[in-house]
Design a protein around this ligand. Sequence first.
Ligand code: PLP
Ligand code: COI
Length: 337
Amino acid sequence: MEKKKIDWSSIGFGYVQTDYRYVANYKNGAWDEGGLTTDANITMNECACVLQYAQTVFEGMKAYTTADGRTVCFRPDLNAERMMDSCRRMRMPVFPKERFLDAIRQTVKANEAWVPPYGSGASLYLRPYMFGSDPIIGVKPANEFQFRVFGTPVGPYFKGGIKPLTIRVSDLDRAAPRGTGHIKAGLNYAMSLYNIVDAHEQGYDENLYVDSATRTHIEETGGANIVFVTGEGKLVVPKSDTILPSITRRSLIQVARDYLGLEVEERVVGIDELGNFAEAGLCGTAAVISPVGKIVDHGEEYTYAGMGSVIGKLYHTLTGIQMGTTPAPEGWIMVID
Ligand code: PLP
Ligand code: COI
């Protein structure tokens, strides 16, 4: 497979139109057979439910080229399941897991020339998503839906690559108790747009959200979960019902315990504990593990080791599993062939 002629190592996290995308339509209570198209544009009615009431959910995952030249995806079954959870909460029809995996396979296979080569530091970011497409004016769910998957080659999510991030404790909230913070609904990201622009204008890379009920617990950032490491090398993972159940975070917990022999504590983490940690990292498909150098809480500054020894080991082990240089736990890797 001849790859596209791109300077892979210099690409950032932006949209690049690739050749094929997958589309399936839901109408009269059933999904059609779906398939690939070269048309990257969508035409819909002015009153489509997604445009008026934001009925849309999405997923984020990646395809990688391994050291031995295979094209693989990391734990796509968990993305399929999480999307089903998101759909149920948003009163959308689920896209069956086997069909989701098939759509991923088809999209990656058709765009294999866009999967960055091993060692480039880049990957093919995959965006499965679904939206309500028929005209809805009274507040209620759509009757017709579209499921799509496209791919776009990406490098590091944060500008500056692996440079430790500076984040601030946010004054605005992202997710309400009993709301939608635990699913991947577009509306959660719409909520955060004002605040991410403001953070950048103030010189921060991201916002760190606290729980909106008590404003005493650490939740996550706009696009990634957060993990901490104590001075003794214990991984501390904030627990909350209003954050996204990150697949990267769940994988890191297993990597920490089973590969690195680390102690892991999943618990509510108080905002007053920020000074107790030696290392911090943002974890997610896009973020991988991005080291945090500083968290600013209203004038109080807490500094961390950046790519410290534990965050560093987690990063190398996780990316080793994804790129096929470290043996993966059973079922974590789906080979595209
Ligand atoms: N939290 C938020 C708000 C996200 O958007 C993401 C990205 O998907 C994550 C966490 C990380 O989740 P995952 O590791 O499954 O990509
Ligand atoms: C991902 O990591 O896949 C996400 O969806 C995060 C988004 C901010 C790019």
